[in-house]
Design a protein around this ligand. Structure first.
Ligand code: NAD
Length: 257
């Protein structure tokens, strides 16, 4: 399957899952726009490296997904958006009665409202092109809850709901909208938590992974960014044409519990 000639915009893609998806789509031949809120030489070098590795066009566009105007400007600056991957996300953990209001607002804006703004800006381009894919990176927390993650769980459930609405509004054209719901994925962010947790609980690395981080993931294995990239690529393939308005869990059995 080739995505040659298609352009993918992936929000929050200078690291982790977003970067894995950008690499996978570029590997399938898509031109890619990668994004974050920073604007460093490393960000632009990353785009250049992806372009060279996969012989595609790759651009880095700075846009802060906490701001509605930036979300819409990202799509406008991309100029074309056949594949939209709403991936940017942050987390904060606190009891609901102690949850900082600024963290609540930031999580709702970045993890949920950004997908509304980018989708609103991208759908006219997809309709014009007669083809499109909206891929929202939700979470197992879009389908189930955990304590102390009120904003994150609310935002991710919201994204799953929005995915269904977008699918219904585009059902009669060749546009699909789906949400990928990962459990724990091995990203630099997750890796960085391991040493501190080892120290906190006096556990070795394997114990921290099995008993703390992957406590609720029955497979006791992380998903990988390459696997998430593979699923995003599959959703762009002809085999996935009739898959729309649904969620794909990649959680080692978490939501089967
Ligand atoms: P990450 O921190 O490596 O990546 C987050 C990305 O979002 C980064 O590129 C960051 O720069 C970007 N970002 C953050 N704030 C932004 C803003 N205001 N504007 C633009 N970009 C911004 O984390 P990740 O684990 O790769 O997470 C990516 C997505 O996957 C998130 O939506 C997250 O909720 C979801 N997810 C992650 C896991 C996991 O276990 N890692 C599991 C389920 C869902």
């Amino acid at each position: 399957m080739s995505l040659a000639g298609k352009t993918a915009v992936i929000t929050g893609s200078n690291s982790g899952i977003g970067l894995g998806i950008a690499r996978a789509l570029a590997g399938a031949g898509a031109n890619v726009v990668i994004n974050s809120f920073t604007d460093s030489p490393e960000d632009h070098a990353l785009a250049a490296e992806i372009a060279e590795t996969h012989a595609v066009t790759a651009r880095y566009i700075r846009a802060d997904m906490s701001k509605a105007s930036d979300c819409r400007a990202l799509i406008a600056e991309a100029g074309v958006c056949d594949i939209l991957v709403n991936n940017a996300g942050i987390q904060h953990v606190a009891a609901i009665d102690e949850f900082p209001v600024d963290k609540w607002d930031a999580i709702i804006a970045i993890n949920m409202s950004s997908a509304f703004h980018t989708t609103a800006a991208a759908l006219p381009m997809m309709r014009q092109a007669g083809w499109g894919r909206v891929i929202n990176i939700a979470s197992a927390h879009g389908l189930t809850a955990s304590p102390f993650k009120s904003a994150y769980v609310t935002a991710k459930h919201g994204v799953v709901g929005m995915t269904k609405v977008v699918a219904l509004e585009t059902a009669e054209v060749a546009i699909t909208a789906n949400a990928i719901c990962p459990g724990y994925v091995h990203t630099p962010l997750v890796e960085a938590q391991i040493p501190d947790t080892m120290q906190k609980y006096g556990m070795d690395r394997d114990q921290v992974i099995r008993e703390v981080i992957l406590e609720r993931q029955p497979s006791k294995q992380f998903a990988t960014v390459d696997q998430i990239g593979g699923i995003a690529t599959f959703l762009c393939s002809p085999a996935a044409e009739q898959i729309t308005g649904t969620t794909i869990s990649v959680d080692g059995g978490w939501t089967a519990l």
